[in-house]
Each structure stands twice: as C-alpha cells, then as structure tokens.
Design a protein around this ligand. Structure first.
Ligand SMILES: *[C@@H]1O[C@H](CO)[C@@H](O)[C@H](O)[C@H]1NC(C)=O
Length: 256
C-alpha cells in the first residue's frame, strides 16, 4: 500500500515538474510584437492561423517568427493538402448542384490557388521574411510552378461539368506568356479567359479593387460568375464575387 502511495506521489510530482519546466521555458519564447496572447507557440500559432483564415486577423506583413516551424510543417505536411481538398470538394459539390447555363464561369486565382508557390516560399522562410518583389518575380518568370493538386483535380471536375474557367490573377500583363505556358505545363490546359493585371490601369489600386473591376467587366460581357476560388480574401471579396466563394488556406502571406 505504502509503495503504491509513494509511486503515485512520485508520478504526480514528476508530472507537475514536467509541466512546470515547459512553462519555465515559456518566457524565453515570448515576443513583444503584439501577436502573443499568452500561450506557447504550439497553442497560439494554430489560433493565429484560424484567425488569419477567418479574416479576423488582416493586414499582417509576415508570419510571426515563433510560428515559422508551425507554418512550415502545416504547409509541407498533410494538413494543407487536406484543407485544400475539403475546400475544393465543397466547391465541386456546389457546382454539381447548379443548373448550368451557357455563360456560367468559375473564377480561379492563380498563385497559391491553381499554381503552388510553396517551392518559392520554402526557400524564403515560409512567409517569415518580408516579401521581396524582385526575388518573387524572378521565380514567377521561371515558369515552373507546380499545380496545387487539389485545385487541379477540381478544375478538371468543373470542366467535366461544362463550366467555363476564368483565371483572374494579380500577375501583371508582361507575364502573360510565361503564365500561359506554366498553367499548361502544370495541367491547366484550357480556359475561357486569362485576365492579368494592367499595372498602368490599376496603378496603386488594391487587389480587391482590381479584381472587382475585372469581374464587373465579365458580368457586362454576359458571363454569370457562379463560383470563385482563391487563397486570399481579396480574391473573393468586393462586388460581383460570384454566387459562392471558396477560400483556400494560405498562412504564408496576406494581400489586401
Ligand atoms: C531581394 O531579392 C533580390 C534578388 O534575389 C536580392 O538581390 C535582394 O538583396 C533582396 N532584397 C532583400 C531586402 O532581401
């Protein structure tokens, strides 16, 4: 009996010590950048990601440095693929439920949606480092971005339902040829329109303003935007968003 009690006490002590030591480390992991709600990174980084995806946390510039490992393992592990799969599946189920008309289109964003830029971000800290337009542009111009595989699957499914596909991207018009070639190389072999940004027309305007204006044009041309899928809230907010919008995960960067 005595032995059991001693063992039990020892176990409790060991457990509390273990717990305590975790929290002894905790102040060292704290930062003063305003993100930290008082939990260790393994708790608050998932909170951060949920808030980011739900558009509660907006206009952030970089991934908090404490969440570098968390974001990297999220992106490279199964969770990102699984999350992307669920979103694309829901988009497909919705598409299947629609009575399609001739001019029904689905809008797809490109970077982070149709094409993956994870190979770039893997070499640039998964969003922890500030955005470098020069380096990112150079990467885009290589034209070897792979498909986001769950989006590619959905793209083929939507084509199978006879929907027209419109790619609406923040890439500028000077990248038209490389974008066309990259899309085809990655398996996106056909589309109704590929809309790139004219930097003169949209100089200084937000992505929301640009994408809204281009969607308005589509509607004027007689298209009916039934679905719209993007990894940024700026892909799917603003006017004429489509009957339903679908937000793919992206905890690496935020575009207004
Ligand atoms: C941005 O990328 C370019 C090209 O790789 C590099 O020369 C430059 O130093 C980078 N800028 C910063 C601030 O890291």
């Amino acid at each position: 009996m005595k032995v059991v009690v001693v063992l039990a006490v020892a176990t409790i002590l060991a457990a509390s010590q273990c717990h305590g030591s975790e929290y002894d480390r905790f102040p060292l992991e704290m930062v003063s950048d305003g993100y930290h709600p008082g939990y260790p990174p393994e708790v608050w980084c998932p909170s951060w990601r949920v808030a980011v995806e739900a558009h509660n946390y907006i206009n952030w510039k970089t991934v908090p440095s404490e969440c570098a490992n968390y974001v990297a393992s999220y992106i490279e592990g199964d969770q990102y693929d699984s999350d992307s799969k669920l979103v694309n599946q829901q988009a497909y189920f919705y598409a299947k439920s629609l009575k399609r008309t001739m001019n029904d289109v689905w809008i797809f964003n490109i970077d982070g949606t149709a094409l993956s830029n994870v190979p770039y971000y893997a070499k640039h800290g998964y969003g922890v480092k500030p955005y470098n337009a020069t380096a990112y542009d150079a990467w885009v111009r290589k034209g070897d971005a792979p498909a986001l595989r769950q989006t590619l699957k959905n793209y083929h499914n939507l084509l199978g339902l006879d929907f027209k596909i419109v790619f609406l991207t923040g890439r500028t018009i000077d990248k038209k040829a490389v974008t066309e070639a990259n899309l085809k190389e990655a398996g996106f072999h056909t589309w109704e329109k590929l809309i790139l940004k004219d930097p003169v027309v949209y100089n200084g305007q937000s992505s929301v303003a640009y994408k809204t204006a281009e969607r308005k044009k589509l509607e004027k041309e007689g298209y009916r935007i039934v679905g719209n899928i993007g990894d940024q809230w700026s892909d799917i907010t603003g006017k004429f968003p489509g009957f339903r919008t679908f937000k793919l995960p992206n905890p690496m960067y935020f575009i207004a």
